[in-house]
Design a protein around this ligand. Sequence first.
Ligand SMILES: C[S@@+](CC[C@H](N)C(=O)[O-])C[C@H]1O[C@@H](n2cnc3c(N)ncnc32)[C@H](O)[C@@H]1O
Length: 225
Amino acid sequence: MNHISSFFNYIKESAEELYGLFRKNCRNGGEDRLKLNEDIIEKVINTPLPFTSNEYYNFVDKYLPSGADEDLYVDGSDSFREIATEYDDLKYLNYIKTYITNPILCDMGCGIGNILHFCNKMGYKTFGYEFNKSLSKIHKKVGVDVIYGDFFTTDLSKLKTCDVVFLYRPISSVASMNKLFKLIRSNTKDNVIIVYKYPHQMRITGFTTISLNEWDDDLIILFKK
Ligand SMILES: C[S@@+](CC[C@H](N)C(=O)[O-])C[C@H]1O[C@@H](n2cnc3c(N)ncnc32)[C@H](O)[C@@H]1O
């Protein structure tokens, strides 16, 4: 049995085990981090999702407010607007899900609710945090569960219920992102898996980093140390 099939045949219920398996299948990614082997990345990318990329991008086109991709910042703040992540990123969430029984996912800064909606289709229970309350009409229409408010002033205790936390870097300031990760660290289970798109830095205090994408480092996974 090669290492990929043994990786996939292993029945796991905790991130600790998933982390152990990841480690076994990682190589040095430079800058004091690990990188998942290409053969596994290829397997993840080639595993079909229960919806097509057209369905995903049609949803994004339908609900994303106009101008969101030109005007990256929320007025008067260093927060990024509600842009939507790429279809292939959801494949990693689909893959991780197979290792967790009754998985619960939180999208921190869920924007229009694209991740929540499509992760529901994969079999996750989901909820998100979002400070742009004007998106609530879309969330109601789509049927996703969102807690409104700023991360730094909102009760984050529901994060304790999550197995997986997804973030597409919501704030440009490095100091604010580090502050946010401190909050995430103290409000989550020990074995939480964090999937982080466009990281503000590769190493984050209190976490181990594994790089995921084959070509670049725009997607990382973090495990609590
Ligand atoms: C880059 S978008 C990501 C959207 C979605 N998660 C995705 O990956 O497709 C970041 C989102 O975070 C929200 N956000 C930024 N700063 C925030 C804060 N301090 N509290 C709550 N939400 C915030 C923004 O309004 C925006 O919708």
